[in-house]
Design a protein around this ligand. Structure first.
Ligand code: EPU
Length: 311
C-alpha cells in the first residue's frame, strides 16, 4: 500500500521515549492536522493494525522487539502543538495535545497565570500529561481541564468534560483514548516575575531529589495511598540495584535510569526485583505507573502477586 509521507514503516521508537530504549513501531504516523489524523486512522483500519497513541514518551517502556501496531504521534509542528490564551481571556487557554508540557508551563507563567508552575521539570506532551493526570503533591494537571476534544478510531470527534473525565491520582477516562485539544481554565493572575521564580524553585526542588538529567521514565511505581513508593523502595535497599544497563537511581529509589546498552528487558526485570524487595520488607505490592508496549514477559510479572514474599 502506498503510504503518505507522514506515515512511515519500521521506525525506531527509542528516540521518542525518555528512557531512550526499545524497538521499532511497525508503522508510525505523525499527522499535523485533522485530515492527516483521519487518514492515519483509516490507514490503520485498512491494514488491520491496532492503534497506539504516543505522547512525549515520558512514562513509557517499549519492548525490545517493538510493536506490531500503527503508533500515532500528533506532530507538534501543526495545529496540535499550539497553546494560546483566548483573546481578552488570559485565564482560558486552548491547548493542543502535542504541545510539550514544559512549553505550556513556561508560556502560562510568562503572563503571570498561576497553577502550572508546580509541574515545572516534568517532561512529556500535554496530551499524555492530561490523560494520566500527571502532577505532584499539589495535585494533577486535570484540575485545570474544563473540556477535552477526543477523536475515536473511526475518526469521529467528541467533547468530554469533568466529571466524565474522572481525573484521579495518575488517571482519567482519557487513558487509551486520543484527545487532540483541551480547554484549560485557571483562577489567578499574579506578577509574572513571581510565577516564573516559583517555577524555577519547583524545578530546582525536583532536580535536588530526582535524577532529572539521566534517561528515565519518572517514577516506576505509583505511591500507595498516604505513602511514598520511593521511600518504601529506599528502605528496602533498592538504590544502586542493577540489571544489565538499568540501575535504580541513587538519588530517588522510585526511578530506574538507563545507561548505554540497557534493554527493555533489563528495566522490566529490575522493576520486578524492586517490587519483590518492597513486598518482602513492607508487605506492600506496588503498582506500576509506567506503561509497557509490546511483548515483555518480565513486565507482565509486575501485575501478579510478587514471588518470594516470605523469603
Ligand atoms: N524518599 C526517600 N528515599 C527516596 C525517595 C523519597 O526517603 O529514594 C522520601 C523523601 O525524602 C520524602 C518522601 O519520600 O520524605 C517523598 O518523596 P518525594 O518528595 O520525592 O515524592 P514522591 O512521593 O516520591 C511524588 C511523585 C513524583 C513527583 C513528586 C513531587 C509519584 C509516584 N511520585 O514523588 O512524580 O514529582 O511527588 O511532587 O506519585 C512521577 O509520577 O513520575 C513522578 C516523578
Amino acid at each position: 500500500m502506498e503510504l503518505p509521507a507522514y506515515i512511515r514503516e519500521r521506525v525506531p521508537l527509542a528516540g521518542l521515549t525518555t528512557f531512550g530504549i526499545g524497538g521499532p513501531a511497525r508503522w508510525l504516523a505523525e499527522p499535523a492536522d485533522r485530515e492527516q489524523l483521519a487518514d492515519s486512522l483509516a490507514t490503520a483500519e485498512r491494514l488491520g493494525a491496532p492503534v497506539l497513541f504516543l505522547g512525549g514518551g515520558s512514562n513509557l517502556l517499549v519492548a525490545d522487539a517493538g510493536v506490531e501496531a500503527m503508533v500515532i504521534r500528533l506532530a507538534s509542528s501543526g495545529e496540535f502543538g499550539l497553546a494560546t490564551a483566548r483573546a481578552e481571556e488570559p485565564l482560558v487557554w486552548q491547548v493542543g495535545a502535542a504541545a510539550p508540557l514544559p512549553a505550556l508551563v513556561a508560556a502560562v507563567a510568562r503572563i503571570g497565570v498561576v497553577g502550572l508552575e508546580t509541574l515545572s521539570g516534568i517532561p512529556g506532551s500535554v496530551g499524555g500529561a492530561v490523560a494520566m493526570n500527571c502532577g505532584g503533591r499539589e495535585g494533577g494537571i486535570g484540575q485545570f481541564v474544563i473540556e477535552a476534544e477526543t477523536v475515536s478510531l473511526r475518526g469521529e470527534s467528541a467533547s468530554m468534560k469533568p466529571p466524565e473525565l474522572a481525573f484521579r491520582y495518575r488517571g482519567s477516562t482519557l487513558k487509551g483514548l486520543l484527545a487532540i485539544n483541551f480547554i484549560m481554565k485557571f483562577k489567578t493572575i499574579a506578577e509574572p516575575a513571581d510565577v516564573l521564580n516559583r517555577m524555577r524553585e519547583y524545578r530546582a526542588a525536583k532536580a535536588a531529589v530526582q535524577p532529572l538529567g539521566q534517561p528515565s521514565a519518572g517514577c516506576v511505581f505509583k505511591n500507595p495511598s498516604g505513602l511514598s513508593a520511593g521511600m518504601l523502595l529506599d528502605q528496602a535497599g533498592c538504590k544502586g540495584m542493577r540489571e544489565g544497563g538499568a540501575v535504580v537511581s541513587e538519588r530517588h529509589a522510585n526511578f530506574i535510569v538507563t545507561e548505554g546498552q540497557a534493554s527493555c528487558r533489563d528495566v522490566a526485570v529490575l522493576a520486578v526485583r524492586m517490587r519483590e524487595a518492597a513486598a518482602r520488607r513492607h508487605g506492600i505490592n506496588l503498582e506500576p505507573e509506567i506503561v509497557v508496549w509490546g511483548e515483555e514477559p518480565a513486565f507482565s510479572l509486575l501485575h501478579e502477586e510478587p514471588r518470594h514474599v516470605d523469603d
